[in-house]
Each structure stands twice: as C-alpha cells, then as structure tokens.
Design a protein around this ligand. Structure first.
Ligand code: SF4
Length: 771
C-alpha cells in the first residue's frame, strides 16, 4: 500500500512492482532458510513466476549455473532493426496487445554522415516502410513508439524506464546498460522478447554471480569506461559467460549513475548475462533529475525497510575481482576485439611493436555507451582547453548524442556550439557509425590499407563501423578519444605528452573536469521526438506488409521435428572467432532485418573456412566452391540438411537472432562447436535448431566439411524432455565410408525440447495460446 500511494499514475508503468517483488522475495527467503543473497539473486528471484517450482533446494549453490529459472520480466525494449522480427513473431501469436509495457526505438537505421539536418530526413525516407510498420505495430498493440531521431534505445531506457530492482528484456545485446540504475536488464532475441510480451514464463539458466569489489575513487584522466576496458582485458570476451556481474564496495559510492551505465553496457563485451549495481545516492540524484523522484522514494523504502536493492552482508559470490579505482589508468582496447586491452602508458610502444597504424584517422564519441552529461562536459573541457590556445582537431571528429534529452541539454548549455565551433560534426541522436551506418568519406571504400580510428563506443569487431575489414577500431573513454583528435598520432599520450602549437609553443592538456548532472536540470527538447507515454492497444489499426516488399516479409512457421534422428552434412568448418557479426553481418544488411529471405543471403559471409583459410567460401561434395549462403540455399533446395562446426564462443557479441533464424531458414539443423555465447545458443534453441558442443574439444579436429553427422539417441533424449542437459552421441561418417562416434553435450531444458519438437518457440507458444 505504501508503494502504491507514493507512485503517481503517470509513473505506474515505469516503476518496478516493489510490493509484489518483496512478497516473492519473502517466499524465496523461506525456501532457502534465509540464506544470504547477492543483489542480482534478489532481483532475479523476486521475478520468479513460482519460487516453489524453481527453488527446490535451500542450497543456492545447487541452483547457480545448473537449474533453469522461469521469470516474469517487467518490461521489454526493442530497437528498430531487431523489433521488426520480434514483432513479426509476436503477430503470429494472434494476441491483441502486449502483456507487459514495451517500447520500440528507431535508432539503428539512421545513417551518420553530415549531421541530423541532412541525415535524418534521408534515413527516414530510405526506411519509411519499416518505420511505418513499427509505428503501426506500436498503435495496434499498445507499445511506445520512439521515432527516428529520438535517441538510442539504451540511453532512452536509462532516462525513462530503468529503475532499481526492475527486470527487463531488450532485443539488443547492450540492454545491460540499464543495470547502471540498479536493474537486471538482459539482451535477448526477438523470440525471447515474445515470451515476455505474451506473459509466457521466460527461461534463464540461473547465472553464477561474479562480484567486482570496487575501492578508491576515479581521478584525473580515468573514467568509468576504464573500469570495463580494464576488466575486459582481465576477463576476456568469454570471462563473463554464465555470470551476472555485480559491483559492490566503497568505490561504487564514488561513481555516477551514468558512469555505472557505461560499465554495465560494456559488460556485454565479456559475455556476461548482465551487470548491475546496488542502489546508491547517485541513482537517487539521477532519478530526481530525470523526473522520477517518486521512484527514488519507493526505492528508498524497498532498500531501507526491506533490505532489497543491495546484497546481504554474507552474500556469496562465485568469484570476486578486486579493482582499486584510485589506481586505474585509462585503457585502449583493440583492434578487432574488445578484450585486447592496453594501458594508455603502453599504447605508443605497443602500437609500434604490433605494427598498428601511427596515424589515427578519425575520432568518434557518444553512442549509447558514452554520451552522458558527465562524459560530454568532461570532453568539452578538453575542447575548451585546446581552443584557448588556438589548437584545432587534426582529424575528423564526430559526436553522437544518445537522446533528444541529452542533445537538447548540451545545446542549452552551449556544449554543442563549442563542439561545432571546434570542427566536430554532431550527428543525429542515433547509432550511426557505431553499427555500420557510417557513410565514411576520409578513406576510400575499397582499400586494402589498414587504417585506425578511436571511438568511445563498445564494440570493435572487424568492419563494424564502416564496413571496411581493414579499419582498426580502438575503444577507449571519450576523454582519451578527444585528446587523440588533437594529435592524430598513436605516439601521443595526453597524460604525459605535449602538442606543438603553430607558434612553436608546447601545449599540454590538464586532466578533464566536468559535472555529473546538468546544474540547470535536463532539457526536454523537441516534442516531436517524444511518444505517447501510455499508449493503449487499438485492434482497428491495420499493420501492413506488402507481399512484394524487399524490406518486410510475413513469417511462415518452421516445420516441426519429424520424430527421427537428425542426419546432416557438414557444410562448413569455421576457424577462429565467429561472432554474430560474422554469422549475420550488419551494415548494409540492416536494411533487410524484417525480411528473412533477403537477409539470409548474408549468412556466415564473414566466417573463415578452417580448411582453406578463405572467407565466405564453402565447397559442395563434388568440390565446387560457392559463397557460403549460396551453398546453403543449394542444399536447402536439394533437401539436404546441414551442420556448421566452429570453435569457442560461437555467436559472441550480440543478441542478433537472425544469426539463428537465417541458418534455420536455409536448412541448418545442427550447430556443433567448442562453446557457445549464451544468447546465441538460446536463440538457436528458440528457432528449433539443435546446438551441441564437443564433449571432447579435440574432436573438432576429427570432423571436416563433407562428413555426415547422425545423432544417436536424440529420440530417447526428447522422450526424456532433454534430461535438463547432458550428452548426445553423434556418428561421424567420412566421405571414405569410415565412421566413428563422438560425444557431444546439449543444454536443452524441457521447454526448449518443446521448441525443438514444435519447430520453434513461437510455434510452441502459439500452439499453447490457441489450445
Ligand atoms: Fe546503437 Fe551502438 Fe549502442 Fe548498439 S552499441 S545500441 S549500435 S549505439
């Protein structure tokens, strides 16, 4: 009652249901004999559909990393590229409205080149059909529609929806950004989002908890970004797999809410399920500044009267990492992988040793990762220092504001003007160059020359920003990116080095300073970028998909399992890193996110063939070479199901479900790898594929393209509802006729076996809803 009296009607859908969550948590405490819980466990378990069903032992160690949880998320957010497929799948359920509040954000399809005035109208024109589709879905099903130019999904979620104790899903891998405001926010594919949108229990294997104990205080050049770039170097891209990262300790008190969001955002780069922070004064300040003071009041009660929103004092972490913020140095991560971390003091030397380019071509700041007021005010301090001595940027400099609110605030406070006066190009409030929507002009499009860019973004796989595989993207804080813009040279360390001015004098930057939050409050900005805040569903709205569209295509259900063992041919053996960018490239392909057939022509085009070293090349049984998707289509037409073999962390990087949908659409049945990235493995299961891992990694060397794989015991496994994971034998037959058995592992739960049997999760949910 206390909670409902505090929260006004206008904030009801944006406040976690604290009373319900606390009641659930009390049940969990009973079931675990009052065992101490981490913060992440408190939030997750308070969202259990039925604590008694999920918590079958008082010993929490039996749960973590072993059992599946059935959860009720509070909210869903979807970005324009992934929302298309999520909504096309939601439409197949025939439901009139979503079961939880949801939002759509038009951000990924906006090109960054000349700035909002030119880029936004042309992007809207080029994507009109898709934006109209999304808007009509919003109206029909009662989903908030944040139109093109309103901002980037994660920044808008932080400003409006995230709250301490919230649990939400987002169809984007950087959804964990919302953990900066004490939420559990998890990146998923569209099919998972449909679970939440249809009130179907959403399944997650109970994560282990990795505690990061922060002490000290950031100072000088060090920024929140350096916490996560440093951790990425320590943990690698696989180090967080199966874990929620929970930050705790005195050091947390010294971080801003937006700084915590930056840290949680890039937790995706270490493969973590998500990251979160305990409720702090900084959260209260941010909630107050963003018009949500009652949410902060409710969170205060949940914390102070019920002990929610923080870990219990004796909580057990599966691992703990110590990090002293006072000793943290800025880091530069890259190229091509976010875990190759170099302290700024070693960057010059390392860049020479590794033969990285000495000329830096472009600097880009902003994005969902680093466009907070704190980031921008610290950056503008550096720009102002340089301007005072007449120093201009030596290379092109781009700024991407994360939302209309932040842009308008920066404009009111004169920051945008300072950027523009000093040569920066301020792009639309959208993803732009972070996701390949960069019409880059400073290097030729078809060049084999390596070039180097510095960004404050979060991801740096090959070709991600400009479609050029030879662009080395170094990830660092916006402060370091900005300083480097004034030198353009890899040998420059702004912490120690000076820049020679035209008059021969030497200029050295002072460490940047800024404000955590705008002293005059946030500015609302232009009304046209805001949606109706409490939309209601309207069955009369028609959602149009033209049968001749090349952008959108209604979905036909995948065929159910035929009840037999699977027999497939190995189409490709992949060598090395194979991220979702390799499996389902972004860039120009973003255009086809709502058209499964058209986007599937990008399937695995970035993958390297283990046997020939070629990229996007696979060979038919007769030895004839094809582009990979071409051979998949050929085999699909011949009725020949196939398997892809790969190495570790297959599907790393993003929640992109097309990386599972397209292989399934093109006739793939089994993906057999050394290990999977969590989201991608789940996505494969949701689309009715069979993801398997080698029980003995050395067997990767024994299987080659052209081999025939047959499951042995799948029928029995399905009959036993998957046994909650275990082993499955696979018979390998070589072209010579020689055959042998290898052991593989699967992690299928009972529900996931049902997806497999039905042909996909959506088929299964639809059948239940119709029954
Ligand atoms: Fe957009 Fe880049 Fe953030 Fe993804 S990581 S939401 S592409 S800005």
């Amino acid at each position: 009652q206390k909670f409902s009296s505090i929260i006004p009607e206008s904030l009801r859908s944006r406040t976690p249901p604290y009373a319900k969550l606390l009641a659930n948590l009390a049940k969990v405490k009973q079931l675990t004999n009052n065992a101490p819980l981490t913060l992440a466990e408190k939030i997750l378990y308070s969202h259990l559909c039925d604590p008694e069903e999920s918590i079958t032992s008082p010993n929490l160690a039996d749960l973590r990393g072993a059992k599946y949880l059935k959860l009720n998320p509070d909210r869903v957010a979807m970005q324009d590229a992934s929302a298309q497929m999520a909504l096309l799948q939601f439409m197949t359920t025939g439901l009139p409205q979503t079961s939880v509040p949801a939002s759509i954000h038009c951000d990924h399809l906006i090109v960054g080149k000349d700035g909002e005035a030119k880029d936004l109208p042309s992007s809207i024109e080029n994507n009109k059909e898709v934006f109209d589709f999304l808007e009509s879905c919003g109206k029909k099903y009662g989903i908030q529609f944040w139109g093109p130019g309103s901002g980037i999904i994660h920044q808008i979620v932080l400003e409006n929806f995230s709250a301490p104790g919230l649990m939400m899903l987002g169809t984007d891998s950087h959804t964990p950004n919302a953990g900066g405001l004490g939420a559990i926010a998890i990146g998923v594919g569209g099919a998972d989002a449909v679970d939440a949108l249809t009130a179907t229990p959403w399944e997650l294997k109970a994560p282990k908890i990795l505690g990061v104990h922060l002490t000290g205080k950031l100072n000088g050049w060090s920024a929140p970004k350096d916490v996560i770039t440093k951790l990425a170097g320590m943990l690698t891209v696989r180090g967080g797999t199966g874990y929620i990262v929970e930050y705790f300790g005195e050091g947390v008190k010294n971080l801003s809410c937006t700084g915590m969001a930056t840290i949680c955002n890039m937790g995706a780069e270490i493969g973590a399920t998500t990251s979160t922070f305990p409720y702090q004064e900084a959260h209260k300040r941010y909630l107050n500044a963003t018009g949500r003071a009652p949410v902060a009041q409710a969170a205060d009660i949940a914390l102070n009267q019920y002990g929610f929103l923080k870990a219990d004092p004796e909580a057990q972490y599966d691992k703990v990492i110590e990090l002293n913020l006072s000793e943290l140095e800025p880091h530069v991560n890259g190229p091509y992988t976010p875990d190759l971390s170099t302290p700024i003091s070693k960057y010059a030397e390392t860049s020479l040793k590794e033969n990285w380019p000495q000329k830096i071509c472009v600097g880009l700041i902003g994005s969902c990762t680093n466009s907070s007021y704190q980031d921008m005010s610290r950056v503008v301090d550096l720009v102002t220092q340089a301007a005072k001595v007449g120093l201009k940027p030596r290379i092109p400099f781009f700024v991407t504001p994360g939302s209309e609110q932040i842009r308008a605030t920066l404009e009111r406070d004169g920051i945008i003007k300072i950027f523009k006066d000093n040569g920066a190009k301020v792009l639309a409030n959208a993803c732009g160059p972070c996701i390949g929507q960069w019409d880059r002009e400073d290097v030729p499009k078809a060049t084999n020359e390596i070039n180097s860019i510095f960004t404050s973004y979060n991801r740096n796989f090959r070709a991600r920003n400009d479609g050029n595989r030879n662009t080395m993207n170094f990830l660092t804080s916006p402060e370091i990116v900005t300083a480097m813009i004034y030198s353009g040279n890899a040998q420059f360390n702004p912490m120690t080095d000076s820049i020679k001015l035209d008059n021969g004098e030497l200029f050295k930057f002072q460490p940047p300073t800024g404000e955590e939050l705008p002293s005059k409050g946030f500015e609302h900005g232009r009304d046209e970028f805001y949606p109706e805040l409490e939309p209601t569903a309207n069955a009369d709205v028609e959602v149009k998909v033209s049968p001749i569209s090349d952008r959108l295509q209604l979905l036909a259900p995948f065929k159910p399992w035929n009840g037999k063992e699977l027999k497939t041919n190995v189409l490709l053996k992949v060598e090395g890193k194979c991220t979702t960018d390799h499996i389902s490239a972004a860039g120009v392909w973003l255009k086809y996110k709502g058209h499964l057939e058209n986007i599937s022509y990008n399937t695995l085009i970035g993958a390297q063939n283990k046997e020939t070293g070629e990229v996007n090349r696979a060979y038919d049984i007769d030895g004839k070479g094809y582009d990979i998707p071409e051979l998949m289509i050929k085999w699909k037409n011949e009725g020949k199901p196939w398997t892809v073999i790969a190495e570790h962390n297959y599907g790393e990087g993003s929640a992109r479900e097309h990386a599972a949908l397209s292989p399934r659409f093109l006739g793939g049945e089994i993906i057999l790898v050394k290990s999977f990235a969590r989201i991608h493995e789940t996505n494969l299961k949701k689309q009715g594929m069979l993801p398997l891992t080698f029980a003995n990694e050395a067997d990767y060397d024994k299987v080659t393209a052209g081999d025939v794989l047959e499951t042995v015991g799948l029928i029995d496994l399905v009959a036993k509802d998957g046994n909650n994971g275990g082993f499955l034998d696979v018979k390998v037959t070589k072209p010579s006729g020689e055959s042998f058995i290898i052991k593989t592992k699967h992690t299928m739960s009972k529900d996931q076996i049902n997806f497999f049997k039905a042909g996909s999760a959506i088929n299964y949910i639809g059948s239940i809803r119709r029954a």
